[in-house]
Design a protein around this ligand. Sequence first.
Ligand code: ATP
Length: 320
Amino acid sequence: IKTIGVLTSGGDAPGMNAAIRAIVRQGITKDLRVKGIQRGFAGLLQGEFVDMKARGVSDTLQRGGTILGTARCPEFMTEEGQKLGAKICRENEIDGIVVIGGDGSFRGAQKLAALGINTIGIPGTIDLDIACTDYTIGFDTAVNTAMEAIDKVRDTSSSHERCSIIEVMGRGAGYIALWCGLANGAEDILLPEIYDYDEQKLVDNITRNFKRGKKHHIIINAEGIGHSTSMARRIEAATGIETRATILGHMQRGGSPTCKDRVFATTMGCKAVDLLCEGASNRIIAIKNGELVDYDIDEALAMKKSIPEYFYQISRNLAI
Ligand code: ATP
């Protein structure tokens, strides 16, 4: 192979730039031309390519976001869109593409692979909701950002003896909520995978806690449950305890990646180039039991992952 492309797709995540930099420089080291494809599959269909040079990725390792931009591209969900994408790759002599994104992006990569363009996926999402891997680029940074923000809310919540509902991202998955729940010592964690929507239990728990002398009651609410503001109103009415909702929102997606995100994004980026050089296609890179491994995309997309209920149980035991 002579030329490879790299794109970021779906939601952005801190550490994506570290992966792009690694792909570009590992590619150059292996005598490849590397083309950056802007705005994910949308940019691919528009032929938005930039030649990536070693110096072009200088000073990006430590920056959040993605220098290539990202987008959602409904057109790529169609067969015509996918065929057009493969045609554009061939016209631009792109022999292989590294796709950094989530499950949806991997489905796009799978379609390109079936059309003869070699593809390698790298898991990039703050949500940690990719079944085949214990690690996804951005989760570590996002969870540290959320943890620090929650510490700050807790300070003021304790001073005013309030109940705080803090909503964290994660879409349908509760990993950010669970990790923050443990890291911040939350009194309650509401996870889409576990929460039974019984608000009376929450109300009883809050009342009991304040009677026990607690100065705050922190509830970490996952995005997949949501409705934090209306929940706060109902809880305040039921308990008589001032209750505020804080929705952390997109701040969790930004910022300089942590060491872990930089190191794993870098190693995954290099591994993706190595795999393309070996002629591999339709693979996803993953971290499993601390090892860098790769799986067939079809197999990886069929895998299931469940929230560690023991972690949740621990949070319950310690919130006394
Ligand atoms: P995140 O977890 O951050 O949302 P994602 O990769 O799962 O990332 P999606 O919006 O699901 O995000 O997918 C990103 C893009 O991948 C889509 O806009 C579309 O272009 C492409 N894609 C998604 N699903 C498919 C599919 N079934 N076939 C082809 N392309 C797809």
